[in-house]
Design a binder for this molecule. Structure first.
Ligand code: NAD
Ligand code: ZN
Length: 358
């Protein structure tokens, strides 16, 4: 078991990385006998892990309230939130009670949002069950729901007291889902840790196969990087933006192609585009660009961007919600661990960079 403890404003936050649920029992020493435990999960994850989690929590079943929703991005909306609020009202949940999010990023986001807003904030534990959620979305306290075709447009920042990562649950997760998550780890490595980049290059197969000796340190390193960034800038005003490397273009690809590419695939191409800009405008070393491109390729993520429909994509970039100025803000890199934020007018020269082979 690995344990990371940090303090974020007034919250003492613990991250536990383990290969079972059993150590979660200790988390419940902090709660009174009166605490109600509301577990939000989806039908797929619930069927697989709800019972073993409830057994591990080891408190009276009368105080545990599972709320089960449909899986998938389509659930991340006000209609689901509305149903969950009604259920909380019926249960009589109050500020002393606890919400547990058991699932991937979708469950993490909905539960985080509900926990943040109901009674102006219930306590929260994240139990992420996808690789993406374990290395990225469960850390940092951001949550969001979609509204009228706008992804993640409504949300808050609400820190969980505990993030409990059980790596064994990844055994039931499909391989494509794991591959998609790897791009986020590569982004963490580019912005903070060259060693992690080499570790991924050497060991990505073992990580994807779920070999614990590689998977657990991999998750530990990613959580540490994200926590370090969050500790410096919880509210996304400075350095937290660096996590957005590859995402400005990635999100635009996702929506320009009507979600035909997954988030991981889109961000993989968005990362290549951002690195190409970095090579051309900031002298990012070409050999590192090729190294990262080949790594994404080996993992099975798309990297060919020259033939994408850039007019369509650029059009979407203009609508990026992170755009606070006239020209969109790109995260570029001068070198690994050397980040720059650059407002860039997207003219024909920039599009030429995306279209050209380097
Ligand atoms: N809040 C943040 O900081 C943040 C960061 C990144 C992404 N996100 C959000 O995360 C979401 C994507 O999350 P995701 O990729 O985890 O997808 P997901 O939550 O939709 O899960 C994918 C599928 O896997 C199933 N699943 C989950 N765990 C499983 C397991 N262990 N075994 C078998 N099946 C399992 C789920 O039922 C679901 O059908 C997006 O909505 C995105 O916006 C949030
Ligand atoms: Zn992402």
């Amino acid at each position: 078991m690995e344990k990371i403890e940090i303090k974020l404003n007034d919250i003492n936050q613990t991250v536990i990385i383990d290969d079972n649920f059993l150590n979660i029992t200790s988390a419940f020493d902090f709660y009174s006998d009166e605490t109600k435990v509301i577990i939000i999960t989806d039908t797929a994850v619930g069927e697989l892990y709800l019972e073993s989690l409830i057994k591990a929590i080891n408190i009276s079943r009368q105080k545990i309230y599972p709320l089960i929703i449909k899986p998938g991005e389509k659930s991340k909306n006000f209609s689901t939130v509305n149903k969950l609020y009604k259920a909380l009202l019926k249960i009589g949940a109050n500020r002393e009670d606890l919400v547990i999010a058991l699932g991937g990023g979708v469950i993490g986001d909905i539960s985080g949002f509900v926990a943040a807003t109901y009674h102006r904030g219930l306590k929260l534990i994240q139990i992420p069950t996808t690789l993406l959620a374990q290395i990225d979305s469960s850390i940092g306290g951001k949550n969001a729901i979609n509204f009228e075709d706008n992804k993640n447009i409504i949300g808050t920042i609400h820190q969980p007291a505990l993030i409990y990562i059980n790596v064994s649950v990844l055994n039931s997760l499909d391989i494509q889902n794991k591959k998609n998550a790897m791009v986020e780890a590569i982004i963490h490595a580019i912005i903070r840790d060259q060693e992690l980049l080499n570790f991924i290059d050497l060991n990505y197969k073992k990580i994807l196969l779920g070999e614990k000796n590689f998977l657990m340190p991999f998750i530990y390193k990613n959580c540490t990087i994200k926590l370090q960034v969050i500790m410096q800038d919880q509210y996304d005003s400075t350095i937290r933006k660096s996590l957005n490397l590859g995402h400005t273009i990635g999100h635009a690809i996702e929506s320009a192609y009507n979600y035909e590419f997954s988030h991981g695939e889109s961000v993989s191409m968005g990362l290549i585009a951002a690195l190409k800009l970095s090579v051309m405008l900031q002298n990012f070393p070409k050999q590192k660009y090729y190294f990262i491109k080949s790594l994404l390729n080996k993992i099975g993520l798309p990297t060919i961007i020259e033939t994408l429909e850039w007019d369509k994509i650029i059009n979407k970039i203009q609508y990026d919600k992170k755009k606070v100025r006239e020209d969109p803000l790109f995260v570029l890199v001068k070198d690994t661990q050397e980040i720059l934020y650059q407002e860039l007018k997207i003219d024909s020269d920039v599009i030429e960079i995306f279209r050209k082979k380097i």
